[in-house]
Write a protein that binds this ligand. Sequence first.
Ligand code: C2E
Ligand code: CA
Ligand code: CA
Length: 732
Amino acid sequence: MALGFRRPARDSARAAPEGNGAGPANRPERSVVLGDVEELGIGMFWATDAEDRLSFLSQRALADLGAERDTLIGTPLTRVFLDADEEGTASGQRSLAFKLKARSKLDEQVVAVPSARGSTRWWRLNGRALIDAKGKFQGYRGSAVDISAQYAYETQVARQSQVDELTGLANRRKLGERLSAILAAFRATKRSCALMMLDLDRFKQVNDTMGHPAGDELLKQVAQRLSSIVKDAGEVGRLGGDEFQVLLPDMDDRGTLGELANRIVQSISQPYQINGRRAIIGTSVGIAIAPYDGVEAEELTRAADMALYSAKETRGGTFCFFTSELRDAASKTAMLGDRLRDAVDKDELKLAYQPLVDPETNEVKCFEALLRWHDEEAGDISPAHFIPIAENDDLIIRIGEMALKQACTDALAWPETIRVAVNVSAKQFVRPGFRKAVANALHASGLPAGRLELEITESVFVGDLETVDAIFRDLKKLGVRLALDDFGTGYSSLGYLKHGHFDKIKIDQSFVRGCTENGDINPAIITAIVALAKALGMETVAEGVEAMDELQLVRERGADLVQGYIFSRPMLQEQVLEKFAEHDAEFRPSGPPRHRSERITIFRKVGLIHEDHYYDVILRNLSKTGARINGLAGVPVGTEVVLDLGHGQLVVSKVANASENSQGLQFETHLISDGSGGFMTRHRISPYSLAEAGIPLAALGAGAFPLAAWREANKNKTVPKFVQLELSAPGL
Ligand code: C2E
Ligand code: CA
Ligand code: CA
């Protein structure tokens, strides 16, 4: 990262003639005068020929550098003067080579000049391209001032500086020092410290389309928002570019951290006013906590970085905690990317169609096209997983165009009142050529534009909104319908709804699922969204309806259409055609009467502690409030146990029900959401306590909690109460 180099005050040398038509070399009477100027130490002069080679350098300059005239004259200027940036100290000036090539004016260009004596001098150049009467470039004429002494001082100041000049926040250097100091001090007193790493989503787009000054202004506003959220709880800094960091001493409550991260994501995603234009960006946050995820600054920083990477991978605009699994996630993703490319080449991606049903008549009005990929090795891979991988490169364009084409072709075989909805990734949407791809798909299939609906998420509303607006207008001109997908999860800025781009809003599953549970605020949100949509003339869809009571609720609240397992899972085109062949356009609801608390089905080996015994069990499913395990026999209902979910996550639980080899556990304290669809404990046992139990801190890799060591130590002291079953046994 280049440190800011403050330009020294202008001095009298600026007044010296620079590159004024005739070179100082070929006018003797002037050169006498100039010679005097040089003698007085006010300035030096230089010139180049039309090939950008040095053709003249003041005697004084040559002496300064201890160079022979012959060794320098004729050398390309970019070899005589080096970019100061390469030394990592100058301001973000354009390179000398760039300016010479563009024939632009050199205005206080700071360069490094290696002297024959081995040391480097620092000069500030001014100069201009000399163009002859015929418009031909003749070379540069310019002056130079030696600013070595001043420069050394400025650089040192910049190096010692603790403040990021643009935002006034702590800079990378200060943050690094603070983190090391805190971690060292806290180790002695066994305190914790959280580190949040932030990276803005689509900042580059704003910078590129609205200009660098706008980008700078945006960074300032981001800094203000961050500071006003974090307040005294921690220290906010900017690492450079669009990267920010927050240090939060004495913080290891992952519930509180998740809430804070969420507030940060929400706040940064609100629109910005910059010179009268609006811009929206997003941010992703990675979180690591000492001493759990690392005890050294470098270790902790790497952990937070990995978590950030994972948050960006997931979908951006979200946060992620570090887990040791993340370490090899990156390479897995790369491998999956290769296989995905293969699958696309071999045309192995298929589409499935899920009906959107009118809950009053049970009639299907539309089908949403959803990608399906079956990989030989990995089995069925969810589009929620592979679409973000495809978005990393041009693969998303190919996949997107394939889906559009196929969906239009398939829909043409349905009754003409039925529409098809196709998902469009934000990356695909903003690429030039998207409108054309849509037009091509319609043309090739012969599907009327009004029967095609594009599902777009709020994440398209980032970056330069004027460009986005233009894309919308183009699409509307084609006559396709637009649906706003996953409404309520993204940047939650309602402004763009008013532009009237959308025909439909899809209320996200997270508001629908479990909305009938007591004390849930989601029914109120659903009502509000429906009212808003009605007022703006849009249709509403409730997504992810699984249970009868949810269906009843969304119907009562006025959702026009319902999509969810209650009516049908996504089905193949053959099945859709079969249904229509029987002149059946109705889907009857069927599902559980009530929503059940969310459980994730898993199959993972975890630990269970009872008295001083440690058992291996298999976790079959997990929810916020409980879990089901296999692998132990003879565990009575009511037994108090501690479930070890790994990485220091211990959950005090009670056996609520039990069959021969399977137990339902109820947790004493509820788990919290990990931000990416899983659950985790709010607190973890600290490596410090393990250290007290005789395991040296240094032996603990990030995220490693060798309870096995504890188990060894306690082995055979007493007789185990339960029977440990063979975990590979069938039926487990
Ligand atoms: P989405 O657009 O929100 O699609 C709805 C997802 O919810 C689908 O998951 C669907 O199978 C699932 N779903 C529908 N009803 C229920 C329900 O009652 N309960 C539950 N638990 N799930 C339900 P799927 O097929 O795994 O797709 C996931 C995401 O992948 C989609 O979310 C969409 O964002 C993306 N995707 C799928 N196909 C495409 C595509 O062709 N292009 C792009 N860009 N993205 C796609
Ligand atoms: Ca969708
Ligand atoms: Ca959706």
